[in-house]
Design a binder for this molecule. Structure first.
Ligand code: AMP
Length: 197
């Protein structure tokens, strides 16, 4: 079973690559950002709560995010493997995920971290904002805030997985197809290795 954490700053291409990977490997796509936007689209209490953080470029509190993810993982959707996109974003989330997976006897295959220059990230996000309809992609100061939050709160998550020998860095500066090919090579390699041993 392939169970991936796709990691990287906002604008690094996690969503784009996750969509291609779920198609190729037939696994579930679990994006906490998409889950919050879905809730918001349905005007739920959770959606409105999340919006108050998202619009400011802040993280939604761990308790709320972890509870939502946990509920999603209880469903059958993950039984054939999954890609987590945008989760975990804090050490508390990473620990909660470990606990959750441990209870289900599921192991993470790899944590793939997309590496992209900051200026490139800002350009990509501003460009995406022209068509995505996402309020948090339109305003440069909110984009910078999201990148700041990423550095402060999310980068320690890389070290968390690195210590477990699960983290792999991937150059995220190429074309969509180049990055996708690189990800597939790494996944196939990891998957075969974890399968054999
Ligand atoms: P994304 O679509 O992954 O860029 O997420 C958009 C926004 O949703 C983020 O800026 C956060 O406000 C919120 N969000 C998504 N995932 C998480 C998470 N794992 N923890 C906290 N907030 C999150």
């Amino acid at each position: 079973m392939i169970n991936l954490v796709l990691f990287g700053p906002p604008g690094s291409g996690k969503g784009t690559q996750a969509q291609k990977l779920v198609e190729k490997y037939g696994i579930a796509h679990l994006s906490t950002g998409d889950m919050f936007r879905y809730e918001l689209g349905n005007n739920t209490e959770l959606g409105l709560l999340a919006k108050s953080y998202m619009d400011k470029g802040q993280l939604v509190p761990d308790s709320v995010t972890i509870a939502m993810l946990r509920q999603r993982m209880e469903s059958d959707v993950v039984k054939n493997g999954f890609i987590l996109d945008g989760f975990p974003r804090t050490i508390a989330q990473a620990e909660a995920l470990d606990e959750l997976l441990h209870g289900k006897n599921i192991k993470i295959t790899a944590m793939l971290s997309l590496v992209v220059d900051e200026e490139e990230l800002i350009n990509r996000l501003l460009n995406r904002g022209k068509s995505s309809g996402r309020a948090d992609d339109v305003n440069e100061s909110i984009i910078r805030k999201r990148l700041h939050v990423y550095k402060e709160e999310t980068t320690p998550v890389y070290t968390y997985y690195d210590k477990q020998k699960l983290a792999v860095q991937v150059n995220g500066m190429g074309t969509i197809d180049e990055i996708f090919d690189e990800l597939c090579l790494l996944i196939d390699d990891r998957y075969t290795t974890s399968f054999v041993y």
